[in-house]
Design a protein around this ligand. Structure first.
Ligand code: 3HC
Length: 309
């Protein structure tokens, strides 16, 4: 590396400009991006499972069509993100192998069960809502391919969040049992969604450096606060109660005060403890094996095209 290369990188970051794949970059910058983008992509494709399980049980053809579209979108998000990671010199095969062998993670949020249709609504409303709160600032990530992938993904997340909110709105306007189902789903998904933004800033390994590099634009706690402030009025619109007795508006701060997540539970979920994480990875590995013939056929076709050219 020449001093000039480091100086050019530093001046691009300083000027809040984009780093592109062909630009020189510090190895740690490249590695932390591969880490974050790959785990983001893994989260997208693992996240297809809890909702995918409800496609055959959706309460109407209309809901089934919407859910199919959403699950397909998540697969596409994974592909954009694997593509962004590959521009950093890794391969999708290598990243998937790290996921399959638990050398890389996916978001803790997908280690929770979805026992009712209301959970599909809560995932759309809360999980995709949290994804939006986290991903909109990532549209300004200093690494070009990641930021640009986020622009397209965020547009689709808005549809995901809205359809989830609408599912719960229908339930809360329905029978007492349906409203109770919506409340129980909120009880299950509120705290896991609040924990999606990562550990508290005091425990965050990557916050400071990734903020300095313009990868993250806000810390975990700032993103978390933004999500809570955005979501509490929506819960009020639904007539549902957020399961946090310490939640209250703080006029002085101009934000909601809220309770402390269960960081022990968070750590267990991040470590992938319990049956569900093993099931998620088993289903993922089976899908990968069952799809081998598609990859082989595409590779054979591409090789023949190259020969013919
Ligand atoms: N689940 C699993 N691991 C988590 C986590 C979570 N919710 N939050 C943090 N971690 C891990 C980090 O990956 C890191 O471990 P590592 O060094 O082995 O990668 C460790 O905990 C310390 O956390 P840090 O705060 O230091 O890590 P980051 O700076 O990477 O911040 C993050 C965590 C805010 C999740 C950040 O990685 C990020 O913004 N990632 C991109 C967004 C993303 O991945 N979202 C996941 C959900 S995708 C989704 O919702 C899809 C939607 O369509 C439904």
């Amino acid at each position: 590396m020449t001093i000039h290369a480091q100086q050019r990188f530093d001046s691009l970051i300083e000027a809040d400009e984009r780093i592109e794949p062909d630009d020189w970059m510090p190895e740690e910058y490249r590695q932390t991006l591969v880490r974050q983008i790959a785990q983001h992509a893994h989260s997208e494709i693992i996240g297809m499972q809890p909702e995918g399980a409800w496609i055959s049980r959706a309460p109407s053809l209309h809901r089934k069509a919407i859910l199919i579209a959403k699950v397909q979108d998540e697969a596409g998000h994974g592909l954009y993100l694997y593509g962004a990671a590959e521009s950093l010199g890794t391969t999708r095969a290598e990243l998937l192998d790290r996921l399959h062998t638990r050398r890389q993670k996916y978001s803790s949020i997908f280690n929770y069960p979805t026992p009712t249709w209301a959970d599909v609504g809560a995932i759309g409303w809360l999980v995709d809502g949290a994804a939006i709160a986290n991903q909109v600032p990532l549209c300004r990530c200093s690494f070009g391919p990641y930021g640009r992938a986020m622009v397209r993904i965020c547009k689709e997340e808005s549809f995901h969040q809205r359809q989830g909110f609408q599912i719960l709105l229908r339930l809360t306007e329905g029978t007492a049992e349906q409203k109770q189902m919506a409340q129980e789903a909120l009880n299950r998904w509120w705290w896991p969604s609040v924990m999606m933004f990562g550990p508290p800033d005091s425990e965050s390994v990557h916050n400071a450096r990734n903020m300095a590099w313009g990868i993250k634009r806000f810390t975990n706690d700032e993103l978390r606060q933004g999500f809570v402030d955005m979501t509490v009025p929506q819960a009020e619109l639904l007539g549902l109660t957020i399961p946090d007795p310490e939640l209250r508006w703080n006029d002085e701060r101009g934000h909601y005060d809220f309770g402390e997540p269960d960081w022990e539970e968070f750590a267990r979920m991040v470590r992938g403890e319990g049956d569900l994480p093993e099931q998620r990875l088993r289903v993922r590995r089976e899908a990968h094996e069952n799809g081998a013939w598609v990859r082989e056929a595409a590779a054979a076709y591409a090789a023949r095209q190259r020969q013919a050219a």
